[in-house]
Design a protein around this ligand. Structure first.
Ligand code: G6P
Length: 503
């Protein structure tokens, strides 16, 4: 009889992700300030809380029974503030900081976390799935890579162990993303009784690209994921690529179920949040910065909002805008490119260089075309959600041109919030294109000339057509809001996978 069969008072639902729902800032005087994040998982887990769930039964996407579902979120400490919070709480964060959500934060040794997160997850797996390598310089799988891989395994094992400790018998465990690919297999070995799902928020690489990875690593990754009962992807394209990789590397998906869940925008939240006072204030400031054209009417706007992320293709977006100005002098003084590019993964040199390149190019365009009364590019780099919403409201054109993107929620959010109706220029390589392609202006993200042409077409789209397209885009974009997206997966995991026996 194992110790665990003495019924651990564990959680019925567990979520695991590298980045948790809260992060801590540490002031010089030792004060900790909690900052809560948003996103699909946060809404999803709070939806369980709102709909009760003591009896742990899902009915028509809602929990039946009374009491609050017992859910815990396992995440990693990402900075000094987080580590200090773990030191003070033992890892079980204060619910006052998390909006009531039970969160267990893991203090994985900083050098192990850095090798796993910066080294493997963000420099290898992210690059593979977004097909970002630049041969002949990259990739190089050498001794350093092998050392980092050992850290990635240790980091995954720490998550698997924490989940095994926290899970009630037969619990549902929802593991997120490429940081935690090995967790399903590891957790399955520790706790054969729990039901495990893994969800990929990224694209999946086709086999001819995926197999750049050393053979043993490719196999370990796939087998790690196949340890889950159920794997989730954002689009059919990524799910099919995963299947194709398995067909070549492991000989199949070994009976693991695969589902597609296209995360959508949260219309109710966005509509309400975008009308709040802080957004109105920023809207006024932005309007001032954008200004009016020669005829006294507000200038048109091409809006983009991204993390400063290589795959988002911000530089080619700026080059396309420059080509638009070069090819259509009639736009001079009449359009502004509002580009928000928020810092991301600045521990990696290639991201720092990219951030600098974006800044330089924006300056160049402003120097080349700007006048005393017209700044062609308004670039903001300080992360500010309220200002992003303000930009969404006044967008005439949304530019979403990633090289490759799991979904891209900005493409789904802007049509919901835009006030004037907004034409969407959308890369065919964004997951969102699967659902929004018909009413967007589709571009090949590498083709700067094609993107410039699409920008011109978007800017000149007749108001009636723009309005109709925006309405259809908003409907498609909100078809599967975050709470439903989450509950749908939880239900599938509980109802479609066989009950497993306790060890
Ligand atoms: C993508 C990934 C997420 C990640 C986010 C931000 O959306 O799929 O897992 O959290 O980027 O990246 P970061 O490295 O800052 O967590």
């Amino acid at each position: 009889v194992s110790e665990r069969s003495a019924a651990p008072a564990g959680a019925e639902v567990l979520v695991a992700s590298n980045r948790g729902p809260v992060s801590y800032g540490l002031a010089e005087d030792g004060t900790l300030t909690a900052k809560r994040g948003g996103g699909g998982l946060v809404s999803g887990l709070s939806a369980i809380g709102q709909s009760g769930g003591g009896a742990q039964r899902l009915d028509e996407g809602r929990w039946s029974g009374d009491g609050r579902a017992d859910a815990v979120w396992v995440c990693a400490a990402l900075g000094d503030g987080d580590r200090e919070a773990v030191r003070r709480t033992g890892g079980a964060l204060d619910p006052a900081d998390t909006g009531g959500q039970r969160v267990r934060m893991l203090d994985i040794p900083a050098e192990v976390h850095a090798a796993a997160y910066n080294g493997i997850a963000n420099s290898v797996l992210w690059f593979v799935h977004h097909m970002l390598y630049q041969t002949p310089l990259e990739p190089v799988f050498d001794a350093e890579f092998r050392a980092q891989w050992a850290s990635y395994e240790a980091y995954n094992r720490a998550f698997a162990q924490a989940l095994a400790d926290e899970a009630a018998e037969g619990a549902a465990v929802l593991v997120q993303d490429y940081h935690l690919s090995l967790v399903p297999g590891m957790l399955r070995a520790l706790r054969p009784d729990v039901r495990i799902a893994h969800f990929s928020h990224t694209p999946w690489a086709p086999p001819e690209y995926f197999r750049m990875l050393p053979d043993d690593i490719a196999e370990q990754l796939l087998r790690g994921m196949l340890g889950a009962d159920r794997l989730g992807f954002l689009t059919h394209r990524w799910a099919n690529a995963f299947r194709a990789c398995c067909a070549e590397v492991t000989g199949g998906t070994e009976g693991t179920l695969i589902g597609v869940h296209g995360l959508g925008a949260d219309a109710a939240f966005l509509r309400e949040r975008s009308q709040q006072a802080d957004v109105n204030e920023r809207l006024a400031i932005l309007r001032e910065q954008i200004g009016t054209g020669p005829d006294g009417t507000a200038r048109k706007t091409v809006v983009r909002v991204d993390r400063t992320e290589l795959s988002k293709n911000i530089v080619r977006g700026l080059l396309a805008y420059r080509e638009l100005l070069a090819g259509h002098p009639s736009w001079h003084g009449r359009v502004v490119h509002v580009a928000f590019a928020y810092p991301s993964r600045q521990d990696l040199a290639v991201y720092r260089e990219y951030t600098a390149q974006v800044g330089r190019l924006a300056e160049e365009i402003n120097a080349e075309y700007g006048t005393e009364s017209w700044q062609p590019v308004v670039l903001h780099v300080k992360d500010d959600f309220a200002r992003s919403l303000a930009a969404y409201r006044l967008a005439d054109v949304a530019l979403v041109n990633p090289i490759r993107d799991g979904m891209n929620l900005v493409a789904k959010e802007i049509p919901v919030v835009s006030e004037r109706g907004c034409a969407l220029v959308l890369s065919r390589e964004a997951g969102a294109h699967e659902e929004l392609g018909e009413d967007a202006l589709t571009v090949n993200p590498y083709d700067v000339g094609d993107t410039a042409r699409a920008l011109h077409e978007a800017l000149t789209m007749e108001a009636g057509e723009r309005g109709e397209r925006t309405a259809r885009l908003a409907a498609a974009a909100t078809a599967l809001p975050p709470a439903q997206w989450f509950l749908e997966q939880l239900r599938a995991l509980r109802e479609e996978t066989p009950k497993r026996n306790a060890p």
